[in-house]
Design a protein around this ligand. Structure first.
Ligand code: DGY
Length: 323
């Protein structure tokens, strides 16, 4: 008798033409479109399931897998995986995969766009114009910070950080970085980036870009003490994870002129955004869209599908109907 096919949960409808490939290997359980799954619902979906393809919106830890005795693999459609409790999943023998590389360039493009919008006050200027306040051309209105000739600090020099550094070269910026470990000399010279200590990075940066993973070690790395080391004229851009920044401390620095501006794509409690941030003039706020281009989102889903197929031990042709 043929082995029963593994059952997988497809948490969201994602590019049906790509995820249809799962049907060649698995019995796929699809759930209707919902904005969010409360933990109890996720736990229910994971019962009697061998694998799952999920997004950042699904938070999965010990509670969610308590009744998921069959679960062997989770393919996360993201490079970050702080939505998944890795120690709990590892202890339960669940393999977790992510989608690195395919989103690097799109995310680096966006990081640069957010940096430029923040430094040059583009969204603030647009709001001002739409409010009908533009009465005459003015010499000293809405002045912003230059990129060219400035120092860009990059905190976290993985693939995306390196993509940001390469772009910064084209803007005649001096690039400093700090990372868990120093990059090989050839990578440093390809990125034209110089390694410095954390305190020096904070002190020297005219613009600071956060591109590091969110872990217990990086929680609130940018706190009041770190912000106090930065130039009051500096710009901070976060395209990593909200929890890396102590938001009340950031708000305080921005509101009291100890930091010039911030560009944020991620938030501590997202999708909730603190009202104090919404009220600030000198912030650019976007809803976690750094990897959001159609080609990249498709590549992420395709990689996650490949990952799930590999993680559940199915070869490329497994489950295909024979000719
Ligand atoms: C990721 O992949 O971790 C991004 O935050 C969403 O694309």
């Amino acid at each position: 008798m043929a082995e029963p096919r593994p059952r997988v949960w497809l948490a969201r409808p994602l590019f049906e033409d790509i995820t249809a490939r799962l049907d060649g290997h698995f019995d796929v359980v699809r759930t209707p479109v919902e904005d969010r799954y409360p933990p109890a619902a996720v736990a229910g979906h994971l019962r009697e399931i061998d694998g799952a393809l999920v997004t950042l919106s699904e938070k999965i830890g010990a509670e969610e897998i308590a009744g998921a005795a069959r679960l062997r693999a989770i393919a996360n459609v993201a490079v970050g995986y702080d939505n998944l409790d890795l120690p709990a999943l590892t202890a339960a023998g669940v393999l977790v995969t992510n989608t690195p590389d395919v989103l690097t360039e799109t995310t680096a493009d966006f990081g640069f766009a957010l940096l430029m919008a923040t430094a040059r006050r583009i969204t603030e200027a647009e709001r001002w114009l739409r409010e009908g306040r533009w009465d005459r051309w003015s010499f000293d209105r809405l002045l912003g910070a230059d990129l060219h000739g400035s120092t860009l600090g990059i905190l976290g020099m993985g693939r995306i950080g390196q993509g940001i550094a390469r772009r910064a070269g084209g803007f005649d910026m001096r690039v400093l970085y700090h990372n868990r470990s120093r990059l090989p000399a050839e990578t440093e010279s390809a990125c034209k980036a110089r390694y410095v200590g954390f305190a020096e990075l904070l002190a020297q940066a005219d613009h600071l870009m956060l591109v590091l993973p969110y872990t217990a070690q990086t929680h609130h790395v940018i706190d009041a003490a770190a912000l106090a080391k930065m130039k009051p004229t500096a710009t901070l851009v976060n395209i990593a994870r909200g929890g890396i920044v102590d938001e009340p401390a950031l708000i305080d620095a921005l509101a009291h002129g100890r930091l010039a501006a911030a560009g944020l794509d991620v938030y501590e409690g997202e999708p909730a955004v603190r009202p104090e941030l919404l009220a600030l003039r000198n912030v650019v706020l976007t809803p976690h869209i750094a990897s959001a281009s159609p080609a990249t989102r498709r590549a992420m889903v395709a990689l996650a599908v490949d990952n799930l197929i590999a993680a559940l031990g199915c070869g490329p042709d497994a489950g295909r109907p024979s000719a």
